[in-house]
Design a protein around this ligand. Sequence first.
Ligand code: AMP
Ligand code: ZN
Length: 472
Amino acid sequence: MALKLFNSLTRAVQTFAPLDPAGKKVGLYCCGPTVYDFAHIGNWRTFVFADLVRRTLAFSGYEVKHVMNITDVEDKIIQRVRENKTTLREFTGKFETAFLDDLKALNCQAPHVTPRATGHMAEIIALIEKLVARGVAYQATDGSVYFSIEKYRGCGCTYGQLQKLNFDEMRVGERVSTDEYEKEAVADFALWKARVPDDGDVFWPSPFGEGRPGWHIECSAMSIKALGETFDLHLGGEDLKFPHHEDEIAQSEGATGKPFVKFWLHGAHLLVEGKKMSKRLGNYFTLRDLIAKGFTGREVRYLLLTAHYRETFNFTLEGLAGAKSALARIDECVGKLRELAAIPKSEVQSPKSNDALIEKFTAALAEDLNISAAWASVFEWVREMNKRLAENSLSPAEAASALTAWDKINSVLGIGTTAEAEAPADILALAEARTTAKLAKDFKRADTIRDELKAKGWIIADSPKGPKLKKI
Ligand code: AMP
Ligand code: ZN
């Protein structure tokens, strides 16, 4: 089933087709964290959304290369390094590690490449040199290098591909040196910022003099390096459309003369208890804050995955408590299916409800990641499975096939099941081998396997419903 996605570039839902002539490989770039603090729940909404896109592409049969940069030098970071009287690497390293740990706690698949801006100075400088050589960037009297919107537009290029901009209010040559600037404040933006005393030790040599890169050019340089001059998908939160993504397009297309990205996907923002998150309002949560309140990464992930990515999501602690009970319903059903499936199988057949689950789930995701419909198919299946389990009308083989269907769905949702219920594949294979040995009355082998399981930290006990695995 063809996957359709809303492309911010065309402002329409379009059928996704990769640039790869073989139709297999997909390049995906998501703007990563600015490592000056712990990522908050709003940031996590965007990164869980990126994980959903990646997993959906893999589910649809594509081979994804997922790149997510680490912004480890920009205005806010420099300010904090100065305030904390520390070094850039020491300061950003701590938050980068925390970010990657949190990413794991939310069961987001690790990106294949996580380039750091500070590790790509040569590429960044080369890109700026290209822009200067092409006449769309210039060095100002303050020593900084700026991107000229006027020159860029003069070459027939479009500035304002993602957002309509008001050029009438633009005063030619007006410049902004900060990385984040007013919506629609069309002005030349900094590619290379000349060293100033406030930068402390944070500077690099370059043909334009000592200084540091602007935030926007970092993403252009790292994405082009990892995925090529034109690639398939670029993601981020909606706040990044302007100026960050607009500037990324201008820099990249200005330097290469080629279209930068085929599909731009933007996730809507998250509010907390109906309000924009702020430390002052006390509605600002990092993942760590929520874990300290007794919630799990899995529950947070589930909740973030309940809303469509293009809709503003209102995050509440009550909603998070609801996530606990929704997951418990799934766990209970999957747990019972596991118990039943562990009973020696006689026949192999698949209940129709599994086909319906896969079909409905696939169709829902293909419609611009219609996650509500996808969850509806999951809970409909849970109801049906519970009914069949209660009626005793499900055979062990049917339960095993239901679990195979669930694993497929779960490869996209990534919510797993509770740790107690989850035995790794090698342990399940050993349990299965023990059952086979027992059926063949090879009790010596069955006992050896039981000892092997014990050595690996699992106890297997026989119950009227079949063997049960328990972690020691
Ligand atoms: P930053 O670390 O500030 O560069 O942000 C990382 C990502 O989080 C970006 O893609 C932002 O668009 C996204 N983001 C920031 N605030 C929110 C929010 N409240 N809701 C959803 N995404 C957000
Ligand atoms: Zn970016």
